[in-house]
Design a protein around this ligand. Structure first.
Ligand code: NIG
Ligand code: FE
Length: 415
């Protein structure tokens, strides 16, 4: 038998695998003294270290917790500029939607993206991707949405694809042309919606740049009918669909996501029981975004209610320059535990196996033979430490498709 490329051994291995409806504790039962071996970028062995194949490179994990590389199911990683002044104004009491209506908010970032060179756009996005990865993330969903012309939306999607092509992260992309109506189209809202539903989707599909289509369906953004038009068109072109739903108002987005068989409905601060039931029946994941609810000082969604109604939950950073300038996915999971009431075990699955489902990525978020060779080693033997800490040190070891991409000297855990 040929040697594996890499084997991480002497770890407490938490696979996050098993049936979706198995209790979280079962999906997180450790393999003590375990090992994971990777060949040609894929997992080849998961089990007791004594049974592991020989490997060209062996890393002794010293009994630390080994998880699949984390999955961030909702990011706006591709943007330029920042909105620090706007944050100061909002923290002093100005309203997010009022600032947006006056040409700030998303539109301010759109101006920065249109002015940025392709290289500057990539460099900023790549810096955020590396920062995300340093805390264990190996797969991210990345949206466009700050270009709002066919030309600029495609530039953002190309930037996202380049992260993957250059080996920084595995990326799945969503076209979010319906993030806002651009300033120059204010008098032509219907025309802009049609353009997104036709030429923008067509161009993204023709270049293979989008895996999915997203719409910001909310008060101050797009209506249910507009979202139905755009997402229906995207689906007809073979794209997966998802939506920002109920961040400010319940416009029936959860029901629409269910009707369309969306991968996820994200935010969900404002959603009815009927909407959640429809999502549960259609297998639409709820993606919770603590960075946004914290920044907007909102009442968080209630995990107990989602659990009772059968909705499966993932957690994302929502990394964006307006409502969630964060690349710390474990911190988001920690906040989801504190604010929304996820159990620590649910929160771990929400940034691994459940996040992969929400992202529409089949072969990530779990340690099983044939899956991507993506690993995140923690500084601790208890994986719940990830959501116990409110932000922590970088992951001591991150492996992407069998390549060691982050490695720190092993040190004692902070707690
Ligand atoms: O997810 N909800 C829509 N979009 C972002 C905010 C975008 C921005 O303010 O730039 C969000 O919160
Ligand atoms: Fe978002």
């Amino acid at each position: 038998m040929t040697a594996a490329d890499l084997c991480v051994t002497n770890a407490r291995v938490f696979t996050c695998a098993g049936p979706d409806d198995a209790p979280p504790a079962a999906r997180l039962a450790p393999i003590e003294g375990g090992a994971v071996a990777i060949s040609d970028g894929r997992i080849r062995f998961v089990g007791p270290a004594a049974d592991a194949p020989a490997a060209a490179r062996v890393i002794d994990a010293g009994g630390r917790a080994l998880l699949p590389g984390l999955v961030d199911p909702h990011t706006h990683l591709a943007f330029a500029g920042q909105r620090v002044d706007e944050m100061a104004r909002r923290m002093a009491g100005e309203d997010y939607r009022a600032i947006a209506a006056a040409g700030g908010g998303i539109k301010a970032t759109v101006r920065a993206v249109r002015e940025a060179s392709d290289e500057a756009l990539f460099e900023g996005t790549a810096a955020r991707a590396r920062a995300l990865r340093a805390r264990g993330v190996t797969t991210a969903e990345v949206k466009s949405g700050y270009g709002l012309t066919v030309h600029d939306e495609l530039r953002l999607l190309r930037t996202a694809r380049r992260l993957d092509a250059e080996g920084l992260l595995h990326v799945t992309t969503s076209l979010l042309g319906a993030h806002a109506v651009p300033a120059e189209r204010q008098g032509d809202r219907a025309g802009y919606v049609e353009e997104v539903a036709t030429s923008m989707i067509d161009a993204a599909v023709a270049e293979g740049l989008a895996d999915a289509c997203d719409v910001y369906l909310d008060d101050g953004a797009f209506t249910r009918d507009e979202a139905a038009r755009i997402l229906g068109a995207a689906k007809a072109k073979g794209l997966a669909v998802r939506a920002h739903v109920g961040q400010f108002a319940d416009l029936g987005g959860a029901e629409l996501a269910a009707e369309l068989g969306a991968l996820s409905a994200d935010h969900l601060e404002e959603v009815s029981d009927a909407g959640l039931r429809a999502m549960a029946a259609a297998g639409v994941r709820a993606v919770l975004l603590p960075g946004a609810w914290r920044t907007l000082r909102q009442t968080p969604p209630d995990a107990a209610r989602m659990r009772a109604l059968g909705v499966r939950v993932a957690v994302g950073t929502d990394c964006n320059p307006g409502t969630s300038p964060s690349v710390d996915l474990p911190l988001m999971a920690a906040l989801a535990v504190r604010d929304a009431g996820l159990t620590m075990e649910e929160a771990l699955l929400a940034i691994t196996a459940e996040a992969a489902r929400a992202a529409g990525v089949r072969d990530a978020g779990r340690l099983e033979v044939g899956a991507r060779g993506d690993l995140a080693l923690l500084d601790h033997d208890d994986p719940r430490s990830l959501t116990y800490a409110l932000g922590g040190p970088p992951a001591p070891l991150v492996v992407l498709a069998g390549r060691v991409v982050e490695q720190q000297a092993f040190a004692p855990p902070l707690w």
